[in-house]
Design a protein around this ligand. Structure first.
Ligand SMILES: NC(=O)c1ccc[n+]([C@@H]2O[C@H](COP(=O)([O-])OP(=O)(O)OC[C@H]3O[C@@H](n4cnc5c(N)ncnc54)[C@H](O)[C@@H]3O)[C@@H](O)[C@H]2O)c1
Length: 346
C-alpha cells in the first residue's frame, strides 16, 4: 500500500509517519510539504527519516504526476488555527480548501482509492449545551473553520465507491511531537506550568474544548486511509475524539496543576466571552471503527508532555513569542523576507 501525507512536516505529520511505519514497516509512505516549520524541531532526530520519500513543494502548485501509484492521500496541509486564519484569510482558503479540493480531483483521476481530509470540530463554533453529532447544524466562526466546512462540502461532490473520502472532524490535538507546537491549549498549559509557575487561562475557563492525543489522531487517520466502503460509505464525516475528553478549559488547567503542585492557575475574569465552545458526540467513530477509538488518557498526555519538555530542557517563559508558535514562525519568515505576504518562499 502506498500512502502520501500532504503537510507531513508539521505537528501531526511526524507522529503519523512514525505510527504508519511502526504499524506496517512494508507500507510505502511519502511526504509532501513546503516546510514552513521544518526548523522548529523539538526532537534530536529528523522525523522525515522514517519516510520512503520526501517531496518539497507548495500544495497550491501541486505536481499531479506525483500522484501516480498512490492508494491513499492524507491531507494535513493547512494554515492551521484561527489566529493565523485571521491574518492570512485568503491563504487559508487557498491552502486549506482550494488546493485540497483540486488535489482530491487529481487524485481521483489518478486512481487513488482513499482521500482523507483533516477537518476540525471547530466547524461547530459556539454550539450551546448539547453534544454535537455529525448532522448537527454547523456554526463556523472563523476563516479556518469556514475553510474546513467548505472543503467537506466540495469533497462530498466527488466521492464515489472507487474514491472513498473521509473527513475526520478532529478535536483539538495535544501531546508531544518531534515538531511540538505550543499554541494548543493543553500543550500551552504544561509549557506554562513548567516555565512560569502559572497556568494562565485566557478566558474565564468555562468553554468546552474536546481534545484528542496526536497518537490517537494518527490511529484515526490510518483507519480512514484504508477503511472499507461498508464502514461509512463513499463519503464520511466523523467526529474524532473521545466521549470522555469533552473538557472545560478550567478542568484541563486543574488536571495539569495536579502534576505541578506548586503551580497556580490564573483566570482572566475580564476576558470577553470565548465564543468557541462546543461539546461533541464521538459515538459514530466508536460504532464504525471501535478499535481506533482514542485510548490515551489525559494524565498520560500531561506526563508525556512534561517528560518531552524536560528532555528539551524547556524553560522559555516567553514561549508564546517563540518558534513553537505557528503564527510567530510565519511572521518571522515574512519579516526576514523568506516568505512573501502570500506565503510563497522568495
Ligand atoms: N493540531 C490540531 O489541534 C488540529 C485539530 C483539528 C484538525 N487539525 C488539522 O490537522 C492538520 C495538521 O495539523 P498540524 O497541527 O500538524 O498543523 P501544522 O501547522 O503543524 O502543520 C501543517 C503543515 O502543512 C504544511 N503546509 C502549510 N501550507 C502548505 C502549502 N501551501 N504547501 C505545502 N505544505 C503546506 C506546513 O508546512 C506544515 O508542515 C491540519 O489540517 C489541521 O487543520 C489539527
Amino acid at each position: 500500500m502506498k500512502t502520501l501525507i500532504v503537510g507531513n512536516a508539521g505537528y501531526v505529520g511526524p507522529v503519523l509517519s512514525n505510527f504508519l511505519k511502526h504499524q506496517n514497516p512494508e507500507r510505502f509512505v511519502a511526504g509532501f510539504d513546503t516546510a514552513y516549520y521544518a526548523h522548529s524541531l523539538t526532537a534530536d532526530h529528523q522525523p522525515e527519516r522514517v519516510l520512503n520519500m520526501q517531496h518539497f513543494g507548495d500544495v497550491r502548485d501541486f505536481p499531479v504526476d506525483l500522484l501516480n501509484g498512490f492508494d491513499a492521500i492524507i491531507y494535513l496541509a493547512a494554515i492551521s488555527n484561527d489566529p493565523m486564519g485571521k491574518l492570512f484569510e485568503d491563504q487559508t482558503r487557498d491552502i486549506n480548501q482550494l488546493a485540497a479540493t483540486k488535489l482530491a480531483r487529481a487524485a481521483k483521476n489518478a486512481g487513488v482509492s482513499h482521500f482523507v481530509f483533516a477537518s476540525s470540530c471547530s466547524v461547530y463554533g459556539c454550539a450551546g449545551e448539547y453534544p454535537r453529532i455529525e448532522t448537527s447544524d454547523l456554526n463556523p466562526l472563523t476563516a479556518y473553520a469556514h475553510s474546513k466546512v467548505n472543503t467537506e462540502n466540495e469533497l462530498l461532490k466527488i466521492a464515489d465507491k472507487n474514491f472513498l473520502v473521509t473527513c475526520p472532524r478532529f478535536a483539538t490535538a495535544c501531546g508531544f511531537s518531534p515538531r511540538l507546537r505550543l499554541d494548543l491549549v493543553l500543550n500551552d498549559f504544561v509549557a506554562s506550568a513548567m516555565s512560569t509557575g502559572t497556568i494562565e487561562i485566557l478566558s474565564d475557563g468555562t468553554p468546552y474544548r474536546p481534545l484528542i492525543h496526536v497518537q490517537d489522531m494518527s490511529r484515526v487517520l490510518d483507519w480512514a486511509s484504508k477503511r472499507s466502503l461498508e464502514a461509512g460509505g463513499e463519503f464520511l464525516v466523523v467526529n474524532s475524539g473521545s466521549q470522555n475528553w469533552n473538557f472545560q478549559v478550567l478542568e484541563l488547567a486543574q488536571a495539569v496543576q495536579r502534576h505541578f503542585p506548586n503551580v497556580e492557575i490564573s483566570i482572566n475574569r475580564d476576558a470577553a466571552p470565548d465564543k468557541r465552545s462546543y461539546q461533541v458526540d464521538f459515538s459514530l467513530l466508536k460504532r464504525l471503527a471501535g478499535d481506533v477509538y482514542p485510548r490515551v488518557t489525559l494524565d498520560e498526555a500531561i506526563i508525556e508532555l512534561k517528560r518531552g519538555l524536560t528532555h528539551m530542557k524547556f524553560s522559555d517563559n516567553q514561549f508564546r513569542q517563540s518558534d513553537l508558535i505557528r503564527l510567530h514562525v510565519l511572521q518571522g519568515h515574512i519579516a526576514s523576507e523568506r516568505l512573501d505576504r502570500n506565503l510563497y518562499w522568495k
